[in-house]
Design a protein around this ligand. Structure first.
Ligand code: BF8
Ligand code: SF4
Length: 635
């Protein structure tokens, strides 16, 4: 019955528990919202000023303009780019927190943190044009942080954000400048979108969309800062074996889920839990503290430390329903407000930690970089207290989990390839793309949505493309989905990869002493870590001497839902990637906007959106695009 909602077996096992206890889940609330507003779905409802709300009749019979005269195209475009601004704000705020923390590390004011990967710090310095010879790590840390923070504060609009300009192909950076969509300042770009979409400003839909593309490139900039500086602070991911799905919650342990996006707190919680494990044992839990991840905070600690992933976005309520979760610690973004009420039905402590993300029903433990260790300790104590309240009769942990080999940063991918060719690691990958063993590359990204069957499209698309020898990368809740369903294993490679792909993954795996192939899907990390995939793509493009849009490279977000996903999808298109969406974007009310995004933009950036809700059809379309790109390279 529950197959209507999710293909995740653990979810299917817990939904009857929710039903029995009369606990509403995301799927119940989705049902309560039906039928959803058609104007909203098409993007033609405007609430930008208080003369509204105004709606445009999509069938051409009723009003065609809002009270101020805005037509459907203006309204749809404005709504869309405000979403991009929110996405960019979210990602870049995350990056800012990391950069500010790093600056304090450089000044010696943040004892909870150190630079765990000094080599990465030097590589970042080099990329940013900072001379690191003769400087101490602390000096360099501060300089890298300060230089990164300039991307949030520069006032000279002719100077591009460094983290944008220096991370893409020169050709692409030049094109973005030429189109006027290269940001000079992340915050100013977000502000510009809010300002140009105020009542009575930009009304030209194409001009508005260009503003959105600039916002998306600002989003990319903030994401790049988040990923790279996090690597310097917390270590660059390397392949590690772990597990995914609710079966990672342990009955004999004090279970703590870390949920949200920013690794600043979760890193310290992980360290503190290891250090204070005796606290848990003294409290009667022989298994000690068991940290598990949810959403992108989960991905961050998974790829860096092998912390198991409990679940992804849509099923974030489920860990509480196991009755064995003592605490869910959340930071920012993609945290359902429903968690507060559900936690109150159990012994679980929902703990908010950021002043900008508080939830009714939660206990707030303020987290700042200065008091990180005390906050982590307080969180562990709250979990220990909650454990005393656990009701063993309500414990219901679905014994569902899969092994997952994760942690494929760009460095890890290049490192693995260097076992085949130490002097020119990319060459074996290129050779195999040229000879067709690898037909192309697909990056799975993005969310879960109640508009589709949870996880299904990820799994079907991955299997479909792997059979056609497409190399698969994944981040965010897409990576969560693919990990939960066992596609990040060597067994999956043997079962689902086409012969060419299997041969390549096996050769790399063997050369790295894995006694078998690499996993079918390479987990690159959280959503901000989509930039890792870009850095691999840029390296390939540079080696081939072509721009990104010429590569047989596609992106897919089959369950896109959040404003961050809108921003990511838009920068992927701006960089030249054909980008699949499996959920229908809220733009269909404007033919102009729909055509620009799915067709016309192709002539400019080389990238465009492909909207296809059927995963089988989507796999066919993406493979056809890969063939078209191969033909363009005479392959
Ligand atoms: O940043 S994939 S549902 S958790 S927005 Fe959110 Fe979407 Fe998940 Fe991570 Ni990304
Ligand atoms: Fe209506 Fe124009 Fe106000 Fe939007 S900005 S609510 S279309 S009057």
């Amino acid at each position: 019955m529950n197959l209507r909602f999710s293909i995740d077996e653990a979810v299917q096992k817990l939904l009857p528990v929710a039903e029995k206890d009369k606990i509403q889940t995301v799927w119940d609330r989705h049902k309560d919202q039906q039928p959803q507003c058609g104007f909203g779905k098409m993007g033609i409802c405007c609430r930008i000023c208080w003369k509204g709300p105004c709606r445009v009749d999509p069938f051409g019979k009723g009003a065609q303009r809002g009270i101020c005269g805005a037509d459907a195209h203006t309204i749809v475009a404005r709504n869309l780019i405000r979403g991009i601004a929110a996405g960019a704000a979210a990602h870049s705020d995350h990056g800012r927190h990391i950069a500010l923390t790093m600056r304090e590390v450089g000044k010696g004011n943040a004892p909870a943190y150190t630079i765990k990967d000094e080599e990465k710090l030097k590589r970042i310095a080099q990329r940013l044009g900072i001379d690191w010879e003769g400087k101490s790590i602390r000096e360099l840390t501060k300089e890298v942080a300060d230089t990164s923070l300039e991307d949030y504060s520069r006032q000279d609009s002719k100077v591009p954000c460094r983290w944008a300009e220096l991370t893409m192909t020169e050709e692409r950076a030049a094109k973005l400048k030429q189109w006027g969509v290269m940001p000079h300042n992340i915050d100013a770009t977000v502000a510009e979108i809010m300002s140009r979409t105020h009542v009575g400003c930009d009304a030209d839909p194409v001009n508005i969309l260009l503003g959105g593309v600039k916002g998306a490139v600002a989003d990319y900039t903030g994401m790049y800062i988040s990923t790279e500086l996090s690597d310097a602070l917390f270590g660059t991911p390397a392949p590690t074996v772990t597990e995914a799905n609710l079966g990672v919650i342990k009955e004999d342990a004090i279970n703590i889920a870390v949920h949200g996006h920013n690794p600043l707190l979760s890193e310290v919680v992980c360290d503190a839990a290891a250090m204070l494990n005796d606290l848990a044992k003294q409290a009667g839990a022989p298994g000690g503290f068991n940290i598990v991840g949810v959403c992108c905070t989960g991905n961050e600690v998974m790829v860096r430390h092998g912390v198991p992933l409990a679940t992804n976005y849509l099923s974030q309520e489920m860990p509480i329903l196991t009755g064995a979760l003592e605490a869910m610690v959340v930071d920012v973004q993609c945290i359902m407000p429903s968690l507060g009420a559900i936690a109150q039905c159990f012994h679980t402590e929902l703990i908010t930690t950021m002043s900008t993300t508080k939830i009714p029903g939660a206990t707030h433990v303020q987290f700042d970089k200065e008091n990180a260790v005390e906050s982590a300790r307080k969180i562990l104590e709250l979990a220990v207290e909650a454990y005393q309240r656990r009701d063993p009769k309500r414990v219901n942990i679905p014994q569902v989990k899969e092994k997952a080999i994760v942690g494929f940063s760009a460095e890890a991918v290049i490192g693995a390839l260097s076992q085949l060719d130490a002097h020119d690691p990319l060459q074996p990958l290129l050779d195999n793309i040229v000879n067709g063993n690898i037909q192309g590359i697909c990056l799975f990204a993005g969310c879960n949505s109640t508009n589709t069957l949870q996880d299904r499209s990820f799994v079907e698309l991955a299997k479909g493309l792997a059979a056609h020898n497409v190399l698969l990368l994944a981040t965010g809740c897409g990576a969560g989905a693919l990990a939960k369903h066992g596609l990040m294993t060597q067994e999956a490679t043997l079962a689902y990869a086409g012969d060419g792909l299997k041969a390549v993954l096996t050769a790399i795996g063997q050369a790295n002493g894995l006694n078998g192939p690499l996993p079918l899907v390479l987990h690159m990390g959280s959503c901000v870590d989509n930039t890792r995939a870009v850095s691999v793509a840029v390296a390939i493009a540079q080696k081939l001497g072509v721009d990104l849009d010429r590569l047989p490279l596609v992106a897919s977000a089959p369950e896109a839902m959040s404003e961050k996903a809108v921003a990511i999808g838009t920068w992927a298109v701006a960089l030249g990637l054909p980008t699949h969406l499996g959920t229908v974007p809220q733009v269909l009310g404007s033919q102009v906007v729909t055509e620009v995004l799915t067709e016309k933009i192709k002539d400019i950036t080389g990238g465009y959106f492909i909207v296809e809700t059927d995963p089988e059809e989507a796999a066919k379309k993406l493979f056809a695009v890969i063939q078209e790109k191969r033909a363009g390279l005479n392959l």
